[in-house]
Design a protein around this ligand. Structure first.
Ligand code: ADP
Ligand code: MG
Length: 459
Protein backbone atom coordinates (compact mmCIF):
# COMPACT_ATOMS: atom_id res chain seq x y z
CA UNK A 1 0.00 0.00 0.00
CA UNK A 2 1.16 3.50 -0.62
CA UNK A 3 1.78 5.73 2.36
CA UNK A 4 -1.17 7.92 1.58
CA UNK A 5 -3.58 4.99 1.61
CA UNK A 6 -2.11 3.50 4.76
CA UNK A 7 -2.47 6.77 6.56
CA UNK A 8 -6.06 7.25 5.41
CA UNK A 9 -6.88 3.83 6.81
CA UNK A 10 -5.12 4.61 10.08
CA UNK A 11 -7.02 7.88 10.37
CA UNK A 12 -10.30 6.12 9.75
CA UNK A 13 -9.40 3.72 12.53
CA UNK A 14 -8.52 6.56 14.92
CA UNK A 15 -11.53 8.68 14.07
CA UNK A 16 -13.89 6.14 15.58
CA UNK A 17 -12.63 6.65 19.10
CA UNK A 18 -12.41 10.45 19.05
CA UNK A 19 -14.79 13.38 19.08
CA UNK A 20 -14.99 15.25 15.81
CA UNK A 21 -13.39 18.33 17.30
CA UNK A 22 -10.49 16.39 18.74
CA UNK A 23 -9.97 14.46 15.59
CA UNK A 24 -9.95 17.53 13.35
CA UNK A 25 -7.73 19.41 15.72
CA UNK A 26 -5.00 16.85 16.04
CA UNK A 27 -5.05 14.91 12.83
CA UNK A 28 -5.72 17.56 10.21
CA UNK A 29 -2.70 17.91 7.92
CA UNK A 30 -0.88 14.90 9.32
CA UNK A 31 0.60 12.36 6.90
CA UNK A 32 2.78 9.34 6.73
CA UNK A 33 6.35 10.22 5.76
CA UNK A 34 7.88 6.77 5.80
CA UNK A 35 7.87 3.21 7.05
CA UNK A 36 11.32 1.66 7.09
CA UNK A 37 12.54 -1.35 9.00
CA UNK A 38 9.62 -1.14 11.38
CA UNK A 39 10.27 2.54 12.03
CA UNK A 40 7.40 4.87 11.22
CA UNK A 41 7.66 8.63 10.78
CA UNK A 42 4.57 10.80 10.74
CA UNK A 43 4.55 14.37 9.46
CA UNK A 44 2.66 16.90 11.57
CA UNK A 45 1.96 20.60 10.95
CA UNK A 46 3.33 22.08 14.17
CA UNK A 47 5.40 21.41 17.27
CA UNK A 48 2.27 21.82 19.30
CA UNK A 49 0.47 19.03 17.48
CA UNK A 50 3.62 16.92 17.69
CA UNK A 51 3.77 17.23 21.44
CA UNK A 52 0.10 16.54 21.83
CA UNK A 53 0.16 13.44 19.63
CA UNK A 54 3.22 12.12 21.45
CA UNK A 55 1.64 12.62 24.83
CA UNK A 56 -1.96 11.73 24.23
CA UNK A 57 -2.34 9.59 21.16
CA UNK A 58 0.95 7.75 20.85
CA UNK A 59 -0.50 4.38 21.85
CA UNK A 60 -3.62 4.73 19.73
CA UNK A 61 -1.62 5.63 16.64
CA UNK A 62 0.87 2.85 17.29
CA UNK A 63 -1.85 0.25 17.58
CA UNK A 64 -3.82 1.51 14.61
CA UNK A 65 -0.68 1.43 12.45
CA UNK A 66 0.17 -2.15 13.40
CA UNK A 67 -3.37 -3.19 12.71
CA UNK A 68 -3.50 -1.59 9.26
CA UNK A 69 -0.11 -2.67 7.97
CA UNK A 70 -0.49 -6.00 9.72
CA UNK A 71 3.10 -5.99 10.94
CA UNK A 72 4.85 -5.16 14.18
CA UNK A 73 6.51 -1.78 14.40
CA UNK A 74 9.27 -0.88 16.83
CA UNK A 75 9.46 2.89 16.66
CA UNK A 76 7.05 5.71 15.97
CA UNK A 77 8.26 9.27 15.49
CA UNK A 78 6.62 12.58 14.68
CA UNK A 79 8.29 15.25 12.61
CA UNK A 80 7.15 18.79 12.00
CA UNK A 81 6.81 18.97 8.26
CA UNK A 82 4.28 20.49 5.93
CA UNK A 83 2.28 18.29 3.66
CA UNK A 84 3.06 18.69 -0.03
CA UNK A 85 0.52 18.69 -2.82
CA UNK A 86 0.94 16.85 -6.15
CA UNK A 87 3.19 19.56 -7.51
CA UNK A 88 5.45 19.29 -4.53
CA UNK A 89 4.36 22.64 -3.12
CA UNK A 90 3.84 22.94 0.59
CA UNK A 91 0.21 23.38 1.40
CA UNK A 92 -1.51 25.04 4.31
CA UNK A 93 1.40 27.38 4.71
CA UNK A 94 0.68 30.78 6.07
CA UNK A 95 3.25 33.45 5.39
CA UNK A 96 4.96 33.69 8.66
CA UNK A 97 5.84 37.32 8.49
CA UNK A 98 6.81 38.25 11.99
CA UNK A 99 4.43 40.52 13.77
CA UNK A 100 5.67 44.03 14.20
CA UNK A 101 6.06 44.81 17.86
CA UNK A 102 3.59 47.50 18.62
CA UNK A 103 2.21 48.67 21.87
CA UNK A 104 -0.95 50.62 22.51
CA UNK A 105 0.60 51.76 25.72
CA UNK A 106 4.01 52.83 24.60
CA UNK A 107 4.14 55.77 26.98
CA UNK A 108 4.90 53.44 29.84
CA UNK A 109 4.62 56.06 32.55
CA UNK A 110 1.01 55.08 33.17
CA UNK A 111 0.75 52.69 36.03
CA UNK A 112 -0.15 49.07 35.51
CA UNK A 113 -3.70 49.24 36.71
CA UNK A 114 -4.60 52.09 34.42
CA UNK A 115 -2.95 50.31 31.55
CA UNK A 116 -4.91 47.19 32.28
CA UNK A 117 -8.18 49.02 32.44
CA UNK A 118 -7.44 50.49 29.01
CA UNK A 119 -7.08 47.10 27.43
CA UNK A 120 -9.69 45.41 29.61
CA UNK A 121 -7.30 43.07 31.38
CA UNK A 122 -7.37 41.96 34.96
CA UNK A 123 -3.95 40.86 36.17
CA UNK A 124 -5.37 38.35 38.62
CA UNK A 125 -6.09 35.82 35.91
CA UNK A 126 -3.11 33.83 34.72
CA UNK A 127 -2.13 30.38 33.54
CA UNK A 128 -0.37 29.46 36.78
CA UNK A 129 -3.58 29.58 38.78
CA UNK A 130 -5.58 27.66 36.21
CA UNK A 131 -6.01 24.02 37.21
CA UNK A 132 -5.92 21.70 34.23
CA UNK A 133 -8.11 18.60 34.12
CA UNK A 134 -9.69 16.39 31.48
CA UNK A 135 -12.55 18.77 30.84
CA UNK A 136 -10.39 21.78 30.01
CA UNK A 137 -7.00 20.41 28.88
CA UNK A 138 -7.69 20.95 25.21
CA UNK A 139 -8.81 24.55 25.70
CA UNK A 140 -5.85 25.19 27.98
CA UNK A 141 -3.33 23.74 25.55
CA UNK A 142 -4.81 25.70 22.68
CA UNK A 143 -4.56 28.91 24.68
CA UNK A 144 -0.91 28.25 25.47
CA UNK A 145 -0.26 27.52 21.80
CA UNK A 146 -1.84 30.82 20.85
CA UNK A 147 0.41 32.69 23.26
CA UNK A 148 3.51 31.01 21.85
CA UNK A 149 2.50 31.45 18.21
CA UNK A 150 0.51 34.61 18.13
CA UNK A 151 -1.57 34.85 14.96
CA UNK A 152 -0.09 31.67 13.57
CA UNK A 153 -1.17 28.62 15.53
CA UNK A 154 -4.92 28.91 15.53
CA UNK A 155 -6.69 31.94 14.25
CA UNK A 156 -9.27 32.42 15.51
CA UNK A 157 -9.31 30.30 18.61
CA UNK A 158 -12.89 29.75 19.68
CA UNK A 159 -13.52 28.47 23.20
CA UNK A 160 -16.93 27.43 24.35
CA UNK A 161 -18.46 25.99 27.50
CA UNK A 162 -21.06 26.63 30.17
CA UNK A 163 -21.04 29.43 32.65
CA UNK A 164 -18.38 29.54 35.36
CA UNK A 165 -16.10 26.99 33.72
CA UNK A 166 -13.11 29.25 33.12
CA UNK A 167 -13.55 30.87 29.71
CA UNK A 168 -12.94 34.39 30.93
CA UNK A 169 -10.05 33.17 33.04
CA UNK A 170 -8.35 31.66 29.98
CA UNK A 171 -8.97 34.66 27.72
CA UNK A 172 -7.60 36.98 30.36
CA UNK A 173 -4.61 34.73 30.94
CA UNK A 174 -3.76 34.86 27.24
CA UNK A 175 -4.15 38.63 27.29
CA UNK A 176 -1.92 39.13 30.29
CA UNK A 177 0.83 36.95 28.97
CA UNK A 178 0.81 38.44 25.49
CA UNK A 179 0.80 41.92 26.91
CA UNK A 180 3.89 41.06 28.93
CA UNK A 181 5.54 40.27 25.62
CA UNK A 182 5.00 43.91 24.64
CA UNK A 183 2.22 43.33 22.20
CA UNK A 184 -0.95 45.37 22.07
CA UNK A 185 -3.93 43.58 23.50
CA UNK A 186 -7.59 44.43 23.69
CA UNK A 187 -10.03 42.43 25.79
CA UNK A 188 -13.70 43.12 25.38
CA UNK A 189 -17.05 41.42 25.74
CA UNK A 190 -19.44 41.27 22.85
CA UNK A 191 -21.85 43.41 24.82
CA UNK A 192 -19.20 46.07 25.29
CA UNK A 193 -18.26 45.84 21.64
CA UNK A 194 -21.90 46.30 20.65
CA UNK A 195 -22.46 49.24 22.98
CA UNK A 196 -19.22 50.96 22.02
CA UNK A 197 -19.99 50.59 18.38
CA UNK A 198 -23.47 52.04 18.65
CA UNK A 199 -22.17 54.89 20.75
CA UNK A 200 -19.34 55.57 18.34
CA UNK A 201 -21.71 55.69 15.38
CA UNK A 202 -24.07 58.05 17.19
CA UNK A 203 -21.32 60.42 18.17
CA UNK A 204 -19.68 60.37 14.75
CA UNK A 205 -16.63 58.49 15.99
CA UNK A 206 -16.95 55.29 14.00
CA UNK A 207 -13.48 55.84 12.59
CA UNK A 208 -11.84 55.97 16.01
CA UNK A 209 -13.70 52.84 16.90
CA UNK A 210 -12.40 51.03 13.84
CA UNK A 211 -8.87 52.16 14.53
CA UNK A 212 -8.97 51.02 18.09
CA UNK A 213 -10.12 47.51 17.30
CA UNK A 214 -8.22 46.99 14.10
CA UNK A 215 -4.72 47.90 15.17
CA UNK A 216 -4.17 45.43 17.98
CA UNK A 217 -2.00 42.32 17.87
CA UNK A 218 -4.50 40.37 19.92
CA UNK A 219 -8.23 40.87 20.17
CA UNK A 220 -10.10 38.90 22.83
CA UNK A 221 -13.87 38.90 22.63
CA UNK A 222 -15.66 37.24 25.52
CA UNK A 223 -19.19 35.84 25.27
CA UNK A 224 -19.71 36.37 21.55
CA UNK A 225 -23.14 34.80 21.82
CA UNK A 226 -24.38 38.22 22.95
CA UNK A 227 -23.14 40.08 19.88
CA UNK A 228 -25.86 42.48 18.75
CA UNK A 229 -27.37 41.95 15.33
CA UNK A 230 -29.63 44.46 13.71
CA UNK A 231 -27.69 47.65 14.19
CA UNK A 232 -24.72 46.81 12.01
CA UNK A 233 -22.60 45.58 14.88
CA UNK A 234 -22.08 42.15 13.40
CA UNK A 235 -21.21 43.72 10.08
CA UNK A 236 -18.61 45.85 11.81
CA UNK A 237 -17.28 42.87 13.71
CA UNK A 238 -17.07 40.89 10.50
CA UNK A 239 -14.83 43.53 8.94
CA UNK A 240 -12.74 43.89 12.07
CA UNK A 241 -12.30 40.16 12.12
CA UNK A 242 -11.26 39.94 8.48
CA UNK A 243 -8.79 42.74 8.73
CA UNK A 244 -7.10 41.31 11.79
CA UNK A 245 -7.00 37.81 10.38
CA UNK A 246 -5.51 38.99 7.11
CA UNK A 247 -2.70 40.68 8.99
CA UNK A 248 -2.06 37.52 11.02
CA UNK A 249 -3.26 39.31 14.12
CA UNK A 250 -4.65 36.93 16.69
CA UNK A 251 -8.34 36.67 17.57
CA UNK A 252 -9.66 34.65 20.49
CA UNK A 253 -13.37 34.26 21.12
CA UNK A 254 -15.47 32.66 23.81
CA UNK A 255 -19.07 31.60 23.88
CA UNK A 256 -21.44 29.53 25.94
CA UNK A 257 -22.10 27.23 22.97
CA UNK A 258 -20.46 26.05 19.75
CA UNK A 259 -20.46 28.40 16.74
CA UNK A 260 -23.21 26.57 14.88
CA UNK A 261 -25.63 26.88 17.78
CA UNK A 262 -25.81 30.66 17.87
CA UNK A 263 -29.01 31.53 16.05
CA UNK A 264 -28.59 35.26 16.47
CA UNK A 265 -25.20 35.34 14.75
CA UNK A 266 -24.88 35.80 10.98
CA UNK A 267 -23.84 32.74 9.00
CA UNK A 268 -20.72 34.33 7.55
CA UNK A 269 -19.49 35.14 11.05
CA UNK A 270 -20.15 31.60 12.20
CA UNK A 271 -18.10 30.20 9.39
CA UNK A 272 -15.28 32.58 10.35
CA UNK A 273 -15.53 31.41 13.95
CA UNK A 274 -15.12 27.84 12.82
CA UNK A 275 -12.22 28.52 10.52
CA UNK A 276 -9.50 28.21 13.16
CA UNK A 277 -9.65 25.99 16.17
CA UNK A 278 -12.71 25.24 18.26
CA UNK A 279 -12.12 23.92 21.78
CA UNK A 280 -14.70 23.16 24.41
CA UNK A 281 -14.59 23.24 28.21
CA UNK A 282 -16.77 20.78 30.08
CA UNK A 283 -17.83 20.47 33.67
CA UNK A 284 -14.89 19.73 35.95
CA UNK A 285 -14.44 16.20 37.23
CA UNK A 286 -14.06 15.45 40.91
CA UNK A 287 -10.26 15.52 40.92
CA UNK A 288 -10.15 18.89 39.22
CA UNK A 289 -12.62 20.31 41.70
CA UNK A 290 -10.55 19.02 44.58
CA UNK A 291 -7.37 20.48 43.13
CA UNK A 292 -9.03 23.84 42.57
CA UNK A 293 -10.38 23.97 46.11
CA UNK A 294 -7.01 23.04 47.56
CA UNK A 295 -5.33 25.78 45.55
CA UNK A 296 -7.86 28.47 46.35
CA UNK A 297 -7.89 27.63 50.05
CA UNK A 298 -4.11 27.78 50.14
CA UNK A 299 -4.13 31.09 48.26
CA UNK A 300 -6.38 32.50 50.95
CA UNK A 301 -4.30 31.03 53.75
CA UNK A 302 -7.15 28.84 54.94
CA UNK A 303 -6.82 25.19 55.98
CA UNK A 304 -9.44 22.64 55.08
CA UNK A 305 -8.99 18.94 55.57
CA UNK A 306 -9.65 16.46 52.84
CA UNK A 307 -12.97 15.24 54.19
CA UNK A 308 -14.35 18.76 53.90
CA UNK A 309 -12.83 19.33 50.50
CA UNK A 310 -14.40 16.10 49.31
CA UNK A 311 -17.75 17.10 50.71
CA UNK A 312 -17.73 20.42 48.85
CA UNK A 313 -16.47 18.88 45.61
CA UNK A 314 -19.15 16.23 45.71
CA UNK A 315 -21.98 18.63 46.39
CA UNK A 316 -21.13 21.56 44.18
CA UNK A 317 -21.68 20.12 40.75
CA UNK A 318 -22.21 22.79 38.19
CA UNK A 319 -19.18 24.96 37.86
CA UNK A 320 -16.10 26.49 39.34
CA UNK A 321 -17.61 29.84 40.13
CA UNK A 322 -19.99 28.07 42.50
CA UNK A 323 -17.13 26.11 43.95
CA UNK A 324 -15.39 29.36 44.81
CA UNK A 325 -18.64 30.75 46.17
CA UNK A 326 -18.93 27.80 48.54
CA UNK A 327 -15.35 28.17 49.71
CA UNK A 328 -15.81 31.89 50.35
CA UNK A 329 -18.90 31.25 52.41
CA UNK A 330 -17.02 28.78 54.56
CA UNK A 331 -14.09 31.10 55.06
CA UNK A 332 -16.25 34.08 55.98
CA UNK A 333 -18.33 32.09 58.42
CA UNK A 334 -15.39 30.54 60.25
CA UNK A 335 -13.37 33.71 60.38
CA UNK A 336 -16.29 35.66 61.75
CA UNK A 337 -17.12 33.08 64.37
CA UNK A 338 -13.46 32.40 64.96
CA UNK A 339 -13.98 28.64 64.82
CA UNK A 340 -12.27 25.80 63.02
CA UNK A 341 -14.20 24.26 60.16
CA UNK A 342 -15.56 20.79 60.82
CA UNK A 343 -17.63 18.67 58.51
CA UNK A 344 -20.71 19.54 60.57
CA UNK A 345 -20.16 23.27 60.53
CA UNK A 346 -19.44 23.18 56.81
CA UNK A 347 -22.59 21.23 56.10
CA UNK A 348 -24.55 23.77 58.08
CA UNK A 349 -23.00 26.77 56.35
CA UNK A 350 -23.46 25.30 52.90
CA UNK A 351 -26.92 23.80 53.35
CA UNK A 352 -28.85 26.67 51.78
CA UNK A 353 -26.20 27.45 49.24
CA UNK A 354 -26.15 23.92 47.93
CA UNK A 355 -29.90 23.77 47.59
CA UNK A 356 -29.92 27.13 45.81
CA UNK A 357 -27.30 26.15 43.31
CA UNK A 358 -28.98 22.84 42.75
CA UNK A 359 -32.11 24.76 41.89
CA UNK A 360 -30.07 26.32 39.11
CA UNK A 361 -30.47 23.17 37.16
CA UNK A 362 -33.94 24.57 36.66
CA UNK A 363 -34.92 25.52 33.16
CA UNK A 364 -36.34 28.82 31.96
CA UNK A 365 -39.66 27.03 31.61
CA UNK A 366 -39.65 26.42 35.36
CA UNK A 367 -39.03 30.09 36.02
CA UNK A 368 -41.81 31.15 33.70
CA UNK A 369 -44.16 28.67 35.33
CA UNK A 370 -43.37 29.90 38.81
CA UNK A 371 -43.75 33.54 37.74
CA UNK A 372 -47.08 32.82 36.09
CA UNK A 373 -48.24 31.13 39.27
CA UNK A 374 -47.08 34.00 41.44
CA UNK A 375 -48.76 36.70 39.33
CA UNK A 376 -51.78 34.51 38.75
CA UNK A 377 -51.66 34.72 34.98
CA UNK A 378 -51.38 32.00 32.37
CA UNK A 379 -48.10 30.74 30.95
CA UNK A 380 -49.34 31.60 27.49
CA UNK A 381 -50.10 35.22 28.38
CA UNK A 382 -46.77 35.59 30.11
CA UNK A 383 -44.79 34.63 27.02
CA UNK A 384 -47.32 36.11 24.61
CA UNK A 385 -47.45 39.35 22.65
CA UNK A 386 -49.84 41.46 24.67
CA UNK A 387 -48.35 44.72 25.93
CA UNK A 388 -50.87 45.09 28.74
CA UNK A 389 -49.27 46.50 31.82
CA UNK A 390 -50.33 43.63 34.02
CA UNK A 391 -48.43 41.27 31.69
CA UNK A 392 -45.41 43.39 30.79
CA UNK A 393 -44.18 43.69 34.35
CA UNK A 394 -44.34 39.96 35.18
CA UNK A 395 -42.66 39.27 31.85
CA UNK A 396 -39.79 41.58 32.71
CA UNK A 397 -39.41 40.05 36.13
CA UNK A 398 -39.27 36.53 34.77
CA UNK A 399 -36.76 37.55 32.13
CA UNK A 400 -34.65 39.08 34.86
CA UNK A 401 -34.86 35.90 36.93
CA UNK A 402 -33.92 33.68 34.02
CA UNK A 403 -30.90 35.75 33.21
CA UNK A 404 -29.85 36.13 36.83
CA UNK A 405 -30.52 32.62 38.10
CA UNK A 406 -29.85 30.52 35.04
CA UNK A 407 -27.37 32.78 33.21
CA UNK A 408 -29.21 32.17 29.96
CA UNK A 409 -28.16 34.19 26.95
CA UNK A 410 -30.42 36.97 25.74
CA UNK A 411 -31.19 35.33 22.41
CA UNK A 412 -32.26 32.12 24.13
CA UNK A 413 -34.43 34.09 26.56
CA UNK A 414 -36.01 35.85 23.58
CA UNK A 415 -36.74 32.41 22.16
CA UNK A 416 -38.49 31.30 25.35
CA UNK A 417 -40.73 34.35 25.16
CA UNK A 418 -42.39 33.66 21.85
CA UNK A 419 -39.37 34.31 19.63
CA UNK A 420 -38.73 37.85 20.77
CA UNK A 421 -35.59 39.68 19.75
CA UNK A 422 -32.67 39.44 22.17
CA UNK A 423 -32.71 43.21 22.67
CA UNK A 424 -36.15 42.92 24.29
CA UNK A 425 -34.73 40.48 26.81
CA UNK A 426 -31.73 42.71 27.39
CA UNK A 427 -33.96 45.73 27.90
CA UNK A 428 -36.18 43.88 30.38
CA UNK A 429 -33.19 42.67 32.35
CA UNK A 430 -31.64 46.12 32.52
CA UNK A 431 -34.91 47.70 33.52
CA UNK A 432 -35.32 45.37 36.51
CA UNK A 433 -31.68 45.86 37.50
CA UNK A 434 -32.34 49.59 37.59
CA UNK A 435 -35.45 49.10 39.72
CA UNK A 436 -33.45 47.03 42.17
CA UNK A 437 -30.70 49.62 42.28
CA UNK A 438 -33.28 52.30 43.00
CA UNK A 439 -34.33 50.26 46.00
CA UNK A 440 -37.75 49.49 44.73
CA UNK A 441 -38.99 47.33 47.60
CA UNK A 442 -41.76 45.79 45.60
CA UNK A 443 -39.36 44.36 43.03
CA UNK A 444 -37.19 42.71 45.61
CA UNK A 445 -40.10 41.18 47.41
CA UNK A 446 -41.63 39.79 44.26
CA UNK A 447 -38.35 38.32 43.14
CA UNK A 448 -37.77 36.71 46.51
CA UNK A 449 -41.26 35.22 46.51
CA UNK A 450 -40.83 33.73 43.07
CA UNK A 451 -37.46 32.32 44.05
CA UNK A 452 -39.06 30.71 47.05
CA UNK A 453 -41.72 29.20 44.87
CA UNK A 454 -38.97 27.83 42.67
CA UNK A 455 -37.09 26.35 45.61
CA UNK A 456 -40.16 24.74 47.09
CA UNK A 457 -41.32 23.09 43.95
CA UNK A 458 -39.71 19.80 43.22
CA UNK A 459 -39.30 19.99 39.52
P1 ADP B 1 -16.72 31.69 32.56
O1 ADP B 1 -16.12 32.89 31.91
O2 ADP B 1 -16.55 30.44 31.75
O3 ADP B 1 -18.13 31.89 32.97
P2 ADP B 1 -14.77 32.25 34.62
O4 ADP B 1 -13.55 32.28 33.79
O5 ADP B 1 -15.32 33.55 35.03
O6 ADP B 1 -15.91 31.39 33.90
O7 ADP B 1 -14.50 31.32 35.89
C1 ADP B 1 -15.24 31.41 37.08
C2 ADP B 1 -14.30 31.39 38.27
O8 ADP B 1 -13.71 30.11 38.38
C3 ADP B 1 -13.17 32.37 38.13
O9 ADP B 1 -12.90 32.93 39.39
C4 ADP B 1 -12.00 31.54 37.67
O10 ADP B 1 -10.78 32.06 38.11
C5 ADP B 1 -12.29 30.21 38.32
N1 ADP B 1 -11.81 29.08 37.49
C6 ADP B 1 -12.42 28.58 36.40
N2 ADP B 1 -11.75 27.54 35.91
C7 ADP B 1 -10.67 27.37 36.70
C8 ADP B 1 -9.58 26.45 36.72
N3 ADP B 1 -9.49 25.48 35.82
N4 ADP B 1 -8.66 26.58 37.69
C9 ADP B 1 -8.79 27.55 38.61
N5 ADP B 1 -9.77 28.44 38.67
C10 ADP B 1 -10.71 28.37 37.72
MG1 MG C 1 -16.99 34.68 31.41
Amino acid sequence: MENEKIWQAVLAELEVGLSRINFNTWFKDTFLISINNQVVIIGVPSAFVKKWLEEKYYKNIFKALEKIINEKITELHFKVELKKNDKGEEINLKNSTSNAVFSLNSQTSVDNKKENSLCGLNGKYNFDTFVVGKANELAYAACKAVVNNLGKAYNPLFIYGGVGLGKTHLLQAIGNEVKNNNKSVLYTTSEKFTNNYIQAVHSGKAKDFKNMYRKVDLLLVDDVQFMGGKDGTQEEFFHTFNELQQDDKQIVLSSDRPPKSMPAIEKRLISRFESGMVADIGKPDLETKIAILENKAKEKGFRLDSEIINYISNNVQNNIRELEGALNKIIVFHQMSNTKPTINSVQKVLGDYISTIQSRSLSSKDVIEASAKFYDISYKDLVGNSRKKELVWPRQISIYLIREELQCSYPSIGESFGGRDHTTAMHAYNKICKEIKNNNGRVKQEIESIKQLLNNETY
